[in-house]
Design a protein around this ligand. Sequence first.
Ligand code: GDP
Length: 443
Amino acid sequence: MAAADMHHHDTIVALSSGSVPSGVAVIRLSGPKAGEVLTGLAGSLPSPRHLALRQITGHDSREIDEALVAWFPAPSSFTGEDCVEIQCHGSAAVVSAILREISRLPDCRLADAGEFSRRAFENGKLDLTQVEGLGDLIAAQTETQRQQALGRMRGRLSELLTDWRVQIIDLRAEVEARLDFSDEGDVADALPHDFVQNLDALAGELKSAIRDVAVGRIVRDGFRVTLAGAPNAGKSTLMNALAQSDVAIVTEIAGTTRDVLEVPLDIGGQLVLLADTAGLRDTPDVVEAEGVRRAQRRMAESDLVIVLVPGGHPVPEIKADCPVWIVRSKSDRSDQPVSGECLAISAKTGFGMKALMAELQSLVTRQASAAAKGEAVLVSRERDRVLLSECLQHLNRARDFHEVNELLAEELRLAGDAIGRMTGVIDAEHVLDRLFAGFCIGK
Ligand code: GDP
């Protein structure tokens, strides 16, 4: 069924809080029957946006639970439709009895993944970047992710995008006026003297936002650190020490870490994904060789590679586009002397671990706030990068064509459309389908 068809009659219901059992569970309803359903279950509607304690009763007058209920008449609700929230006891039996009671009613059904947010988008309550922010906020694990996601959900990126779109429309209006009324004599033929200057200023802002995507990506998806080095260099032991748990396999048999093993760490409020990789060496073993290939791929996608080299061992040559740190491992062993030129650690005794963590935290903090000026970077997704780059490209072409009004107007129109696609004013459908597939039921 097409999304648009399902929307406007069905009343949807879902458990919107986490898994049961729990102290309290929140059941959410949205749609034209929400008020009627609540009246049926709770006897009457409470005053709008006030919690009321009610007996929840089934259609056969059977008592189901005692719950706090809230009524949010349209349009002042999350979805913009009539909404109801029922805070019942978080028991599997209570929740399923209430859901059963509601979904047996005509035009009422269980919600699909992301359907509440989708309705909020379709009713103009949230734009696309805000829906993305909401998804990120729900998934956020660290402080910086939370700040970034909240800013996006609260519409701070939308404000910036709207401002850019208005500037583009203003520039375009100047050009269009000359196209439409070029023979009327009351619009000066030449574009305003600061036209190109304004175009350049806007292009400059776009350029800096595109640079910020890399920073925002680190905040949203994590700073990727890869541990590399020869088999037995002490990678798994270091990973366990950093992760403070036995997540990686530590063994004396060389070549046991064959796949890339990743642990999420919270370092100074920033998500760091630490990966232990197969030891780098030439090997006839096909499984181990695949592990080495994966290690190399992971290194290519990293924000930092830490190469562990036991004292006295030669430093392998590592090619990477990101910073590469050589760290001398096993510094507690007197048979493996360490020279002074790089960081030395012993994952066994803890020597040098604080210094390593401090260096790591300082790098991560710098990279996750490069251009942020103390504020969370709101652009973070590949979609942001693609559409901002598209917009910039059209602005640059507009500048190249600034003496041909027809071409100039067309490039400005395309630049504005790229921004419109970011907020979902244009072409939202395919993005929505992908986005909501990643949401869980009840969002
Ligand atoms: P990987 O193959 O690089 O992951 O190396 P492992 O972490 O599995 O370690 C290989 C061997 O070196 C194990 O026997 C570890 O106990 C030992 N090892 C690792 N780190 C240290 C260290 O800091 N000091 C000492 N003395 N031994 C270590």
